[in-house]
Design a protein around this ligand. Structure first.
Ligand code: AMP
Ligand code: ZN
Length: 113
């Protein structure tokens, strides 16, 4: 938990979000500025700033992000085709430095992601 991190604040309930799923190790919320008809963020509960910061002992976090993405794709009507995006670093478009995976579905424009 990092106090000035908006995703940590959503995880601990001090900031509102539209929740899609609450899992043991991660949450899924609606992106506040959707870039596709369905645009969710899969966010691990542990505060890891970016892909570059993941330690070898934390790679199960990444496995879990894919497991949850697969679950969304299997259970959510209309989301069998989807795009998964993880930005690493400001120059790649990352703006929130708490690791997260974008889940995008429906007719997709990837501009801005
Ligand atoms: P990235 O650019 O990969 O760091 O993605 C950050 C994403 O978080 C963007 O798509 C934003 O629209 C989204 N975002 C920022 N603040 C919030 C919020 N309070 N609730 C939901 N999504 C947010
Ligand atoms: Zn955080």
């Amino acid at each position: 938990m990092k106090n000035n991190c908006i995703f940590c604040q959503i995880i601990d309930g001090t900031l509102n979000a539209t929740f899609i799923l609450k899992e043991e190790n991660c949450i899924v919320i609606k992106d506040i500025a959707p870039k596709a008809p369905i645009h969710y963020l899969i966010i691990p509960k542990v505060h890891i700033p970016d892909v570059a910061s993941i330690s070898p002992s934390q790679f199960d976090v990444i496995t879990n992000l894919f497991a949850v993405a697969q679950k969304i794709g299997k259970t959510l009507p209309g989301s069998q085709a989807y795009k998964l995006v993880i930005n690493n670093g400001h120059d790649a478009g990352q703006r929130v430095f708490h690791l997260h995976m974008h889940f995008l579905s429906g007719p997709i424009s990837i501009q801005g992601i």
